[in-house]
Write a protein that binds this ligand. Structure first.
Ligand code: ADP
Ligand code: MG
Length: 436
């Protein structure tokens, strides 16, 4: 029997105007979610996962391309789909039960029936006994369950989940994953398909029938991996690890050619490459660890479980290592370069020097150093730099990039930053910006 498509995207592109530039957030995405499927949409932050969910549920119209729901073009908000967000917005002044009923009230369900259905759903998600509690009395995991109950109250055909477990502590996330799977697999909910956004590879492989892998710059689909493993899945089984590895390899492999492109400086034509959001201590930690590995090479999935870091974060760390020329990535393995090895084995001071030389090559830093030397005093106000960055990045990202620039530049002792006056100044003795 041929699976029938619930959602079909064809050539979906979403671009945004930022400053004077057009930024392509999602580029030519084709994908299908079939009836009966649990699909995970996986990719690093910023690759356009939330954007796609908004487009699929009709909350947003794409710049280009078509969205079909049961073969019909989606023109407005799709009443047969709902989204559960990372932190579900519950009304603090309503009880748990009222928070669920409100979704039914919005659909014109009569009071008696609202009550019956709300109670039944709360029971099903395991919140029996908490009907009259207020959100503030609940743990994060329980609040998210109210969110699930509210989403399911309207009997959606398509349940979209946007990183539903990422705001929860490890244990609550684990149990809630199990409970959602039980509801889904046991047919306890009328939902015909689930589309779950995540940046956690293990979570995707644990839950989904299929993992659609995305990458960023621009956001696009790079792989579609079937997970043919029976439930309940065992994290520690070799079959599970093999699929996680396969997904890892597609993600890490993708980052190859573009990785080495450093992009352009703010204000110049072309796209400014964002710095990966990492802490330098973690980067040095990973590099040090690699010096202990045979051949200075490690499988990144193994490394992420041994170092107990989130896979998304480890990918950002490897991205930073590659950008700085400290490591290379191929087929899911990360290898130290001779420079990376030198860096990892150097003294603190020598590390700073190597780091400084490397980041001076990046357009963001050479641009900033040039601006500093062009200024009358070698000083710049935070707001000035921020304004320039806002021409390249959305506001939140611009702020993050500025914080990263400050962190990296301070570590490299290229410049100083005063948190009080919010002024960035060149370290005495640092020569004017010379770009390579
Ligand atoms: P993800 O959910 O995968 O983290 P998003 O879909 O939230 O990614 O965002 C994809 C990209 O589009 C990001 O670079 C984000 O900053 C950008 N973006 C999202 N919404 C807007 C918007 N309204 N205006 C400008 N840029 C946006
Ligand atoms: Mg998102």
């Amino acid at each position: 029997m041929k699976a029938s498509a619930l959602v079909k995207l064809r050539g979906v592109t979403q671009s945004y105007q930022i400053g004077r530039k057009v930024f392509v957030a999602v580029d030519g995405v084709n994908m299908t979610v079939n009836e009966g499927e649990f699909v995970a949409l996986l990719g690093p932050s910023g690759c356009g996962k939330s954007t796609l969910l908004r487009i699929i549920t009709g909350l947003q119209k794409p710049s280009q391309g078509t969205v079909l729901y049961r073969g019909e073009p989606v023109t407005g908000v799709n009443p047969r789909a709902t989204i559960v967000f990372q932190t579900f917005a519950l009304f603090p002044w309503l009880t748990v039960q009222q928070n669920v009923e409100i979704a039914l009230k919005a659909r014109g369900v009569a009071p008696e029936e609202r009550k019956t259905r709300a109670l039944e759903l709360l029971d099903r998600v395991g919140l029996d006994g908490f009907e009259t509690a207020f959100p503030r009395e609940l743990s994060g995991g329980m609040r998210q369950k109210v969110g699930f109950a509210r989403a399911m109250a309207v009997n959606p055909e398509l349940l979209c989940l946007d990183e539903p477990f990422s705001a929860l502590d490890v244990l609550s996330a684990e149990s809630l994953r199990g409970e959602l799977l039980e509801l889904w697999l046991g047919g306890g909910i009328p939902t015909r398909a689930i589309l779950m956004v995540t940046h956690n590879i293990e979570e995707a492989v644990f839950m989904a029938d299929r993992v659609i892998v995305m990458d960023k710059d621009p956001g696009r689909v790079v792989a579609d991996v079937n997970v043919v493993l029976p439930h309940p899945r065992q994290h520690k089984s070799p079959e599970f690890a093999a699929i996680v590895d396969q997904v890892y390899a597609t993600l890490a492999g993708q980052t190859q050619p573009e990785h080495l492109e450093v992009g352009t400086a703010p204000g110049e034509p072309g796209r400014t490459r964002a710095l990966p959001d990492i802490a330098i201590d973690d980067l040095t930690g990973v590099l040090e660890r690699l010096t202990e590995e045979p051949g200075r090479t490690a499988d990144i999935f193994r490394l992420s479980s041994e170092l107990q870091v989130d896979s998304d974060y480890l990918l950002r760390l490897t991205e930073a290592a590659e950008l700085l020329g400290f490591a290379t990535l191929a087929q899911g393995d990360i290898s130290l370069t001779p420079l990376g090895e030198t860096f990892a084995e150097a003294s603190i001071l020598a590390r700073k020097e190597i780091f400084a030389t490397r980041i001076r090559r990046l357009p963001l830093f050479s641009w900033l150093l040039k601006m500093l030397s062009a200024a009358e005093k070698p000083q710049l106000e935070r707001s000035v730099i921020h304004a320039a960055l806002e021409l390249e990045f959305p506001p939140e990202e611009a702020r993050r990039q500025l914080d990263l620039i400050i962190q990296w530049g301070r570590y490299a002792e290229l410049f100083e930053y005063d948190d009080g006056s919010e002024i960035l100044s060149r370290e005495p003795g640092v020569p004017a910006g010379t770009s390579v």
